[in-house]
Ligand binder design. Structure first.
Ligand SMILES: *[C@@H]1O[C@H](CO)[C@@H](O)[C@H](O)[C@H]1NC(C)=O
Ligand SMILES: *[C@@H]1O[C@H](CO)[C@@H](O)[C@H](O)[C@H]1NC(C)=O
Ligand SMILES: *[C@@H]1O[C@H](CO)[C@@H](O)[C@H](O)[C@H]1NC(C)=O
Length: 440
């Protein structure tokens, strides 16, 4: 019962209660960091270069401008790899592929336009990687690439947010049928696109490993069993061709952690006689158990699997979560205006490192298991304007301006910036499509 509004349950009350704690917890970490990795003062010559020698930069860009169009064939045969995660948000007149009425699968709290969000300029930006262009999402291409396959989104409400964005965009090309539905608040669902025999499913599993979520009736902390993958999704692994994992925010909750049958420690558990161990190592262990079990279970099966880990998506609360205007920005941050730091940076780093470790492990098995991070943390950090804010509820100011109103500054409006995650996802799939998995 306590989970009918996962957002409220999850992040708002949590941030309210834990923010002071988190700050105190982070301070020693920051100090430790500074001790071991002192800030680079004075700045190194490389970082100064763009400012002190503008002529070099101009000649470089004019060089590439003149060479690129003159050699289109060469471009086609040799494409230098593009870092899609380094770039900036630029204005774009075209706007989104879909709206809240063309797509039947937007969670209420993220359907910002239908809920009366008055500004719309947040819809007119696109992500411009520094070294290349990110093509607009092509639903037909995506469906072709995964025809006869099953993609599973596994994780917390951010996994759901990304899945619904993808479904909305795919629905503009082909209509899916909802073929399975289970659990409170649609936590487990599956759609089928008959046009391409594509299955897309959603599995609620906020820790990926086995866990018991806190509830109003039971304990007010989560229990995590860090050495056991959550069978609610893992038992279906044999039927999956591609898994998108997305977790993070639930790890900030009060929790007791178990490993090897005994208590490893806890996070924010006053009254319980356990050692506080924070959540960073726990996130790492949980991911490692998950990725290892995917590798272990698929090796020797004769057919591979692709795994994508969507990295941590930062929240944008400015001040109190229940004040009108908790995430009031209506424009992205400009490049350099906001740095990736603190918890956002640490969560991302752990996820990237675990994907890299798992890649190394998977390489021992001859390329039948492919893993990649969908590193959205920086793109997401720069979009404080993309959250529902008070429009998580319909027309929050219909009865005049309220002093106190709940805000969602964690999830993303649909349509919205999260559509870009799936544009990059498609580029990753295209790259994978050019080099098919080597099956045993
Ligand atoms: C949503 O999109 C459909 C199809 O493109 C269009 O007919 C409709 O007017 C749009 N609705 C809104 C509210 O923009
Ligand atoms: C449809 O896709 C599933 C995988 O999701 C596959 O097992 C099945 O063989 C496909 N059906 C056809 C007719 O290709
Ligand atoms: C807390 O745990 C320690 C070590 O297990 C034990 O010595 C101590 O008695 C416990 N305290 C309480 C209040 O239970």
């Amino acid at each position: 019962m306590g989970i009918t509004n996962p957002f409220k349950d999850q992040s708002l009350s949590l941030i309210k209660r834990l923010l002071p704690w988190t700050l105190y917890a982070l301070l020693p970490i920051v100090l430790l960091r500074l001790y071991f990795y002192p800030l680079p003062f004075p700045p190194s010559p490389e970082t100064e270069l763009p400012h002190s020698t503008p002529t070099t930069i101009i000649s470089q860009s004019s060089l590439s401008d003149s060479t690129l169009p003159s050699s289109p064939e060469k471009e086609k045969t040799y494409e230098p790899p593009c870092d899609y995660f380094d770039g900036k948000w630029i204005r774009d007149r075209r706007g989104p592929l879909y709206n809240g009425t063309t797509c039947g699968t937007i969670k209420e709290g993220q359907n910002c336009i239908t809920h009366g969000r008055p500004d719309s300029s947040y819809l007119y930006w696109r992500w411009k990687p520094s070294q290349c262009n990110l093509p607009r999402f092509e639903p037909q291409t995506f469906l072709q690439l995964i025809s006869n396959k099953h993609i599973a989104f596994v994780g917390d409400s951010m996994a759901r947010n990304q899945l619904e964005s993808l479904l909305c965009m795919l629905s503009t090309a082909s209509t899916p049928n909802l073929v399975y539905r289970n659990g409170e608040d649609n936590k487990f669902r599956k759609w089928h696109f008959p046009s391409h025999n594509v299955s897309v499913s959603l599995y609620w599993s906020p820790f990926l490993v086995q866990g018991v979520e806190k509830s109003n009736s039971g304990p007010n902390h989560n229990k995590l069993y860090l050495d056991h993958v959550d069978e609610r999704w893992a038992r279906d692994m044999d039927q999956m061709d591609l898994i998108v994992l997305s977790i993070g925010h639930w790890f900030l909750h009060p929790a007791v952690y178990y490993e090897g049958g005994s208590v490893l420690g806890c996070h924010y558990c006053p009254g319980l006689n356990y050692t506080e161990i924070g959540f960073y190592d726990v996130l790492r262990k949980g991911l490692r158990t998950t990725l290892n079990s995917i590798i272990d279970r698929r090796v020797g099966k004769g057919y591979g699997i692709d795994v994508i880990v969507t990295t941590f998506s930062p929240a944008h609360f400015e001040g109190e979560w229940d004040k009108a205007g908790a995430c009031p920005k209506t424009k992205p941050y400009r490049n350099g205006e906001k740095q990736l730091e603190g918890m956002d940076a640490d969560m991302r780093k752990i996820e990237i490192e675990e994907v890299e470790d798992a890649k190394t492990k998977a390489n021992n098995f001859g390329g039948i298991i492919r893993l990649e991070a969908l590193d959205v943390t920086k793109l997401a950090l720069l979009r404080p304007d993309g959250h529902p804010g008070p429009y998580m509820y319909p027309f929050p100011f219909a009865n005049g301006h309220q002093e106190r109103v709940q805000n969602d500054c964690v999830h993303w409006c649909l349509p919205g910036p999260i559509d870009t995650w799936n544009e990059i996802f498609l580029e990753m799939m295209k790259k994978w499509g050019q080099h098919p998995r080597t099956e045993e």
